[in-house]
Design a protein around this ligand. Structure first.
Ligand SMILES: NC(=O)c1ccc[n+]([C@@H]2O[C@H](COP(=O)([O-])OP(=O)(O)OC[C@H]3O[C@@H](n4cnc5c(N)ncnc54)[C@H](O)[C@@H]3O)[C@@H](O)[C@H]2O)c1
Length: 242
């Protein structure tokens, strides 16, 4: 008989939905682990998102106040899938309440916040996991095995870049990602943290770092802007690749 663990998800946007969908698959895909996640409560400060999460994934109840998730005695583990500015506060409350946590990356808006989350999780003795999902991709796992077996010899250089197009339209939504107070380190935290995690996973630790600086002329902004042409996008990608 599988043992049940109560799950609370805080922040029901993109990642909150991804985490919720994944919890529903655990009992089926990892049947030998004997664990059955029970979706107890989901929170979003935007109530329609919380209600949508409930109807899509079957959470027993919803709230607009994330503290109710922590306070629910049935919840044993939480997902922190809010924007970065609230990760630390939620993690501290969760650790104090003895809840295990799966926090999305970047854990903090800056290294100090990330270290504070690690410290509170360690002090409370709760399990913690960060959403560096690319290391689980089969190709990356295979590369990891090849490197660990010495098949690629001694590695001296790792070059990583993250190609993505969501910030290429100035008419796009000026979401929390483009606001320092909410996001922290911008693309360094949002995307390059994945690349750095992959370096650590494949062969770390990192001794020296170098990076080209490529200003992107067409990120979302409140100022009048233009829609980049396909040529603009290709040129920007080439600059990153050079
Ligand atoms: N691992 C990955 O590949 C990956 C991909 C995307 C995002 N992320 C990370 O996941 C986190 C969430 O990103 P997202 O893209 O899902 O954002 P999103 O904007 O789609 O969703 C965030 C949700 O949090 C809610 N929210 C904001 N403040 C809240 C609060 N105080 N209490 C409750 N709810 C609140 C918002 O209403 C929104 O519904 C970020 O840390 C982001 O960096 C990770």
């Amino acid at each position: 008989m599988a043992s049940e663990i109560g799950i609370g998800v805080i922040g029901m946007g993109w990642m909150g939905q991804v985490h919720s969908r994944s919890y529903r698959q655990i009992q089926d895909r990892f049947v030998d682990r004997g664990i059955r996640p029970q979706l107890v409560i989901c929170a979003d400060e935007a109530e329609p998102r919380a209600l949508d999460g409930q109807s899509r994934f079957g959470f027993e109840r919803t709230t607009t106040d994330w503290r109710e998730v922590i306070d629910d005695p049935r919840v044993g583990a939480i997902s922190v899938t809010t924007p970065n500015n609230v990760h630390l506060e939620i993690a501290e409350a969760a650790a104090a309440a003895g809840k295990h946590m799966y926090c999305e990356k970047p854990v903090g808006r800056n290294p100090a916040e990330t270290a504070a989350v690690e410290a509170c999780a360690r002090a409370a003795g709760v399990l913690s996991l960060v959403g560096y999902n690319y290391r689980w991709a089969p190709l990356v796992q295979h590369a990891h095995k090849l490197i660990a077996a010495g098949k690629l010899g001694e590695l001296t250089h790792y070059r990583g870049c993250f190609l993505i197009g969501y910030a290429n339209n100035p008419d796009g939504v000026l979401s929390w990602r483009f606001q320092r107070e909410l996001a922290g380190l911008g693309t360094l935290g949002d995307l390059m943290s994945h690349v750095i995690d992959m370096a650590h996973f494949l062969y770390g630790p990192i001794a020296r770092v170098g990076a080209p600086f490529t200003p992107v002329p067409f990120a979302p902004s409140l100022e009048k802007a233009y829609l980049p042409s396909a040529d603009d996008v290709v040129a920007a990608v080439r600059r990153v690749m050079e």
